[in-house]
Ligand binder design. Structure first.
Ligand code: G6P
Length: 469
């Protein structure tokens, strides 16, 4: 049994549904953070504090903490925190996404944003929701003397400062799953917000980032906004999150994935280009489709032989910017199909749904994997998909994804804003000699296996221990 740990994240490791007959069932929580962190519960003695999302979870939150069992059979405690709907809307729908997410992914539009004054949403939404989650975390810490607190991501920058002032001796670690940006980028937000964000993280004993690039931006921003660059240097480290390789091997061999593979194999084109993302503007699907169109225009010999399969999970559809981007994504795919498609060949196959087994089946089958985010903290698909790929698939990867620092050497790097370069990289990937494809994929797989999720978690806990001993 590991040391007691209280984990806090906005989305919990499981979601809940109630069937018409009233039966309650739990479903795997969606999104990169939860996929990566779920196995933490198998280290034992874990309490997870998360926001109640939707009616079923609101109702469950009222019943108090729950005993849950992980997929691997380990019990853990789940404490759902309920927020007033308007508080949650301001917290999630106005401040966390899109304001913080957009600022930290270079998506802020200076000529238009901020579209509204953020002061009230910050106070009545973000700060209020953070306080509610921090209060729940404090209550859980009080039940487990000596437990460490492990807080995650951009929804919760104010949790550490609340906990620190209520329990000065608490051991607090934080992990930032998204990029960090420099002081000029933070300056687009009211300065009180920028300062509170950085002060929040400096209330931690340990703060982890996926890459050195994001970590040094954090140090620079702490220095410029608070004059506390040295404190930031002392608490921070880079430790890219990783894949639970055992879980992925098992999933790839599972019945559900095998069935999806058969479906895919029966209709696969000669060359399969794949992308798997949430429909998030940061993922840059529109430019990806434009690049694919340009590839077909420049290489008519590929027409009829290649298909871009885009498996996109609809994300954050309560936020207008996300709805607009999803519409633009559908239009960009349709435009390529209108220009180049012909009977019997649809160049872009776009599927908008959350279907994890289908994604893994496609991971095993791709020839080229296109990952072109404008900015991305890490991008777990860049690790998961090569791990189980069986066709010596080539990775085309944005230089602005955190994963590029680890895998760039074996990928074809692209600038996410440069559509021409992406079209050229796709052509190069398709033409790469078989031996080179094999060597590149094998190197990525070796790297992903060598630094797996267990190694990542060990390092995180060791960083906290080293700073609180
Ligand atoms: C990214 C973020 C996570 C978040 C996930 C899904 O991976 O880094 O923190 O959980 O997206 O986002 P959602 O808004 O659906 O919880």
């Amino acid at each position: 049994m590991g040391e007691p740990l209280v984990v806090v994240s906005n989305r919990g490791p499981v979601g809940f549904r109630r069937a018409e007959d009233g039966t309650l069932s739990s479903v795997r929580g969606a999104g990169g953070l939860v996929t990566a962190l779920r196995p933490l519960v198998d280290r034992g003695d874990v309490t997870w504090v998360a926001s109640a999302m939707g009616d079923v979870e609101q109702e469950l939150a009222g019943e108090g903490p729950r005993e849950e069992i992980s997929a691997a059979g380990t019990p853990f405690r789940l404490r759902l925190v309920s927020h007033d709907p308007e508080t949650y809307r301001l917290f999630y729908g106005v401040v966390a996404n899109p304001a913080l997410w957009f600022v930290q992914h270079g998506l802020w539009e200076l000529k238009r944003d901020p579209a509204a004054d953020l002061t009230v949403p910050w106070r009545d939404g973000y700060a209020a929701a953070n306080r509610a989650l921090a209060d729940a975390a404090i209550a859980e810490l009080d039940l487990r003397p000596g437990a460490a607190l492990y807080v995650h991501d951009y929804h919760l920058y104010l949790v550490p400062s609340h906990v620190r002032s209520a329990r000065p001796e608490a051991r607090i670690a934080f992990f930032v799953h998204i990029p960090w940006v420099g002081p000029d980028d933070w300056a687009v937000l009211p300065s009180a917000i920028g300062r509170a964000v950085h002060e929040g993280l400096l209330a931690c004993d340990s703060v982890g980032f996926h890459t050195e690039r994001w970590r040094s931006a954090f140090v620079a921003a702490c220095d410029a906004l608070l004059g506390r660059g040295e404190d930031a240097e002392r608490v921070s480290h880079a430790n890219p999150i990783a894949v639970d390789t055992n879980e992925f091997d098992e999933l790839a061999a599972s019945e559900a994935v095998r069935a999806r593979r058969q479906e895919l194999a029966s209709e696969r084109p000669e060359i399969l280009v794949l992308r798997v993302d949430r429909t998030d503007p940061s993922k840059n699907a529109v430019r990806g489709f434009e690049a694919f169109g340009r590839l077909l225009e420049r290489h008519p010999e590929l027409q009829g032989r290649v298909v871009l399969l885009a498996l996109l999970d609809p994300s954050r559809q309560e936020i207008p910017e996300y709805v607009d981007y999803r519409t633009a994504t559908v239009a960009a795919a349709a435009s390529v199909n209108r220009t180049f498609g012909r009977p019997g060949w649809e160049p872009v196959r776009l599927e908008l749904r959350d279907d994890f087994p289908a994604s893994i089946a496609a991971y095993t089958e791709y020839d080229v994997l296109l990952i072109n985010p404008v900015m991305d903290g890490l991008n777990l698909v860049a690790k998961e998909a090569p791990l189980v790929n069986e066709r010596d698939g080539v990775l085309v990867l944005s230089r602005r994804a955190g994963a590029f620092a680890e895998l760039g050497e074996w990928a074809l790097g692209v600038d996410p804003l440069d559509v021409d370069e992406q079209a050229d990289a796709l052509a190069r990937a398709i033409a790469l000699p078989a031996e080179e494809r094999r060597v590149r994929l094998a190197a990525i797989q070796a790297r992903v296996r060598a630094h797996d999720l267990a190694a990542w978690a060990d390092r995180e806990l060791a960083e906290l221990d080293a700073r609180t001993r």
